[in-house]
Write a protein that binds this ligand. Structure first.
Ligand code: KIV
Length: 264
């Protein structure tokens, strides 16, 4: 198995696993020193392309952004999301997963659960493609947002689903918007690490959409902590640039190319 995956799995119950999303080289390069997993998520649909949901993201979109991210990654495990429709049966899933891995050089793919695609995970894993599972609020299959696993009945269903995904061979599983009790129960019952988003701290690791935690996505549900208001910082810089251009204060002589170093 991939050495990075083994290292991540060994952290379960001992050291928290740190994950973030990236869609480009420049961001990935910054994240790479501080995270275990970088996910090229289909959340790019909302964050980058302004779509209402993740359904219009194509395999080609994922490939192009993963290629860009890969250029900035040296240490982290690089996981690419399988977009909706790209894993409708085992053969199609395998073909598309192979294409993503071959074209981008990423380490693994992520598949959202619809409670029926365990066989697809099993089939891909048997062909030696590492798969990350994803349960709870899975935007490819659920329209209406709801905190999952609030009743004992729902919690038991989620535990069952997570166990099926583990049995199918997933190396890790994302728990999205689960009640704290459900996240804790699943984390305890599984041998593979659980990565939470909006699912309390009772998970083996955490993931956030990077643009959300940087404050540039405009989408900040309760489970997101904004670590910086980057939108304000960018606005300040752009405002200053605009003013300086208009006032002939930029470029200055030291920005002139003759006599100063050229950018390669
Ligand atoms: O698409 C994505 O970014 C994701 C994370 C939110 C887990 O699936």
């Amino acid at each position: 198995m991939n050495k990075k995956i083994i290292k991540i799995q060994k952290k379960k119950g001992k050291i928290k696993i740190v994950c973030l999303t990236a869609y480009s080289k420049s961001i990935a390069k910054i994240l790479d020193n501080y995270v275990d997993i970088i996910l090229v998520g289909d959340s790019m649909a909302n964050v980058l392309y302004g779509h209402k949901n993740t359904h219009k993201i194509s395999l080609e979109n994922i490939i192009q952004h993963t290629l860009s991210v890969k250029m900035g990654v040296k240490k982290s495990l690089l996981v690419a999301d399988m977009p909706i429709g790209s894993y409708s049966n085992p053969k199609i899933a395998l073909k598309n997963a192979k294409t993503i891995l071959k074209k981008t050089g990423c380490d693994a793919i992520k598949i959202e659960s619809n409670k029926q695609n365990y066989k697809i995970i099993d089939f891909i894993v048997r062909k030696k493609i590492p798969v990350m599972g994803h349960i709870g609020f899975t935007p490819q299959f659920k329209k209406k947002f709801k905190i999952e696993g609030q009743s004992a009945k729902e919690r038991n269903k989620l535990i069952k689903e997570a166990k099926f995904i583990e049995k199918a061979g997933a190396f890790s599983i994302v728990l999205e918007c689960l009640s704290a009790n459900s996240a804790a129960a699943i984390t305890k019952k599984l041998k593979i690490p659980t990565i939470g988003i909006g699912s309390s701290l009772y998970c083996d690791g955490q993931i956030l959409v990077t643009d959300d935690m940087l404050g540039i996505s405009g989408f900040y549900p309760k489970f997101v902590k904004k670590y910086v208001n980057l939108d304000r910082i960018i606005e300040k810089a752009v405002k200053k640039y605009s003013r300086e251009v208009k006032l002939n204060k930029f470029p200055k002589k030291n920005n002139f190319l003759d006599g100063s170093k050229r950018r390669t």
